[in-house]
Write a protein that binds this ligand. Structure first.
Ligand code: ATP
Ligand code: MG
Length: 617
């Protein structure tokens, strides 16, 4: 995006805050005016003192004299009084100046954060597959912060610079326009340098931010994989690896800092050149009598006022360029297309929950970034091929098959975590792509193979899908206990120190694999869906618990459509129909007895599993 375009964006953002920025900048004006008037009074004092000594009348072009005011004692006293009032005003004005810019800049950042959050919530699984959380984190924190610095201090410093420079130039030209022109000689150089350095700042800051994202990701990765790192005694390697990244980041920051450290002294040097020119030419003027001493003194004072704006110019350019670079990164994130959205005129799912899959072929299109940061290429071949089945409302289908055969992929496609091709998956006769995502996901709920625990209590982790229960904890508690019993989790939770109020997640206790799975089942049951998909939810529980849960699941699935995915024959044997998926294709289908009678994968595994059970007994 162009510089001008970005500038317009900033103005638009500022406009969302109504009158606050203008009020802030007007207060800044009051501060500046009173600052700039001070040397003029100083000039007046010099003139008066000089007149007192030499007896000459005051007839030099001081600003007051130009306004037709003769500086007798009375006007001087009045002027001093006005000056004092201005000083007081200026100091009062500093408060609104800061508040009317700083507060709205925080508010705009909040809007930006919300925009990012909304976008992230709507993004599809396949987008998350290919994204790195480090990138997202650093955009949501560090880049948002850079935009805030642009909209707060950046705007303030820029306005200050502009106002002060214009006021000083106005004053200077009132005092002597000839000398003012001489003062301006270095300006073209200043513009040239500013232009060059500000581009460098933009590029290098973007580079630093990208690198920061990378480093955040590496740090997250090491943290996520710390057990593996320590388990294999890879700390030294990891430390060295991280030191490498850190050094690279340091280098990039140094490159950025160099721009700034070059910027300010250069601008200050230009100002020095101006001052020298004024001393030379002004001095000659005073000597020749074409300029009064008072004007000369005022001139020098006013020029020194420009040193603040010179630093300010460097600063605001830097803040603006950084903010722009970050704004681009935020836009890039928020403008990535949402891959799975509601179709125009999408319908609300409301039927009894009959599911039909017809010639479904599905492939992953995006490479996947795994937990440990490695990238898994998307499989070349479809992971599901020509799958067809039907589950009438209220019936249960078992899905059975070896590791990696595509069972979980099927589960994801049924809830549109990944979109199936049009015309392949139907819920009560409607293509699920034509249903609203909200109603589809309310009706079809997936208890995933690997669940996620939020940093909250056990109870809240279970009822998270139900706003009504979260708002009414008393009713919620009853429901929590009921579903936890069904999922065979209740007894264990009772033994936790804080029972259902035990904290889970990052800051709390960690559940065992089997406990997590049962919590996932409890969570799914709480959602009370018409279609319940259980993806291998019992793989980590012992056989005794498994039978107990399977017994309970019969009650839960009563009146619901069920899809039970498992490696274990026991989990699927009671289903109305079972399909066997091998390498993405259905190779067998039928009831448990029918499948046992066929000489295939199902019968073979059933034999193995019953033998294993016999040995265990
Ligand atoms: N998001 C993804 N992106 C790319 N490939 C994927 C993705 N998810 C799964 N795969 C690949 O698709 C294939 C099928 O995986 P899937 O998880 O569906 O198998 P599964 O039958 O559920 O296996 P398991 O019994 O181990 O749970 C595998 O080769 C897997 O690597
Ligand atoms: Mg799976």
């Amino acid at each position: 995006m162009s510089l001008l375009g970005d500038f317009r964006r900033v103005v638009e953002l500022v406009k969302t805050q109504g009158w606050r920025y203008p009020v802030g900048i007007a207060s800044l004006g009051v501060v500046n005016i009173s600052d700039v008037l001070a040397p003029v009074f100083m000039a007046l004092a010099v003139e008066l003192t000089q007149a007192e000594f030499t007896g000459d009348p005051v007839n030099t072009p001081t600003p007051l004299a130009l306004l037709g005011i003769t500086p007798d004692t009375f006007t001087i006293i009045t002027a001093v009084a006005v000056f004092l009032v201005l000083q007081v005003l200026a100091n009062i004005a500093r408060y609104p100046m800061l508040m009317q810019v700083a507060v709205p800049s925080h508010e705009i950042t909040q809007l930006i954060r919300r925009r990012i959050a909304n976008h992230l919530l709507a993004q599809s699984q396949s987008w998350y597959d290919k994204s790195r959380s480090g990138d997202i984190m650093s955009i949501a924190t560090s880049d948002v912060q850079a935009v805030r610095m642009m909209l707060g201090p950046g705007v303030l410093i820029a306005a200050d610079t502009l106002l002060l420079v214009s006021l000083v130039l106005l004053m200077l030209s009132i005092l002597s326009w000839e000398l003012t022109l001489i003062t301006l000689i270095p300006v073209p150089f200043i513009l040239l340098i500013t232009n060059k350095l500000s581009h460098l700042e933009f590029d290098r800051f973007k580079d630093v931010q990208e690198d920061l994202a990378d480093m955040t990701e590496r740090a997250r990765e090491s943290y996520a994989g710390i057990r593996i790192i320590q388990g294999y005694a890879r700390e030294v390697y990891d430390r060295r690896r991280f030191a490498g990244f850190s050094e690279r980041h340091f280098g990039k920051n140094l490159r950025l800092a160099r721009v700034r450290s070059f910027f300010e002294p250069t601008l200050d040097l230009m100002l020095g050149v101006s001052t020298a020119l004024v001393v030379i030419f002004g001095g000659i003027g005073v000597a020749k009598g074409t300029m009064t001493l008072g004007t000369f003194v005022a001139f020098l004072f006013l020029i020194r006022y420009l040193s603040g704006p010179m630093i300010g110019l460097g600063w605001s350019v830097s803040l603006f360029q950084r903010g722009r670079a970050s704004m681009h990164r935020i836009d890039e994130l928020c403008e990535t297309e949402l891959e799975i959205t509601n179709a125009p005129n999408a319908k609300t799912a409301a039927g009894p929950g009959g599911l039909k899959v017809q010639n479904l072929t599905f492939r992953y299109t995006a490479d996947r970034v795994l937990e440990d940061g490695t990238v898994q290429k998307a499989p070349k071949h479809p992971v599901l091929r020509d799958i067809s089945f039907e589950i009438p409302a209220g019936k249960t289908l078992g899905v059975f098959g070896p590791v990696g055969s595509g069972k979980s992929s099927l589960a994801c496609v049924l809830t549109r975590l990944y979109d199936p091709p049009a015309g392949t998956v139907f819920l009560d006769g409607e293509d699920i792509r034509e249903l609203t995502l909200e109603s589809l996901r309310e009706m079809v709920v997936l208890a995933p193979q690997e669940t996620f625990l939020f940093s909250s209590t056990v109870a809240r982790n279970i009822v998270m899908t139900r706003d009504d229960l979260i708002e009414r904890p008393d009713q919620g508690q009853e429901e929590v206990v009921r579903v936890a019993r069904l999922a065979h989790l209740h007894d264990e939770v009772e033994h936790f120190e804080d029972g259902y109020q035990t904290m889970l997640g990052e800051r709390g206790v960690n559940l065992s694999g089997g406990q997590r799975q049962r919590l996932a089942i409890a969570r799914a049951i709480t959602a009370d869906p018409k279609v319940l998909i259980l993806d291998d939810c019992l793989s980590a529980v012992d056989t005794k618990t498994e039978s107990a849960i399977l017994q309970n699941l019969r009650t839960v699935l009563d009146g619901r459509t069920g899809l039970v995915i498992s490696h274990r024959v026991r989990a699927v044997q009671d289903a109305d129909e079972i399909i066997v998926i091998e390498d993405g294709q259905i190779t067998q289908r039928g009831t448990h007895d029918e499948l046992l009678a066929q000489n295939g994968y199902y019968a073979r595994i059933a034999a193995e599993q019953s033998q294993a059970k016999g040995e265990a007994a």
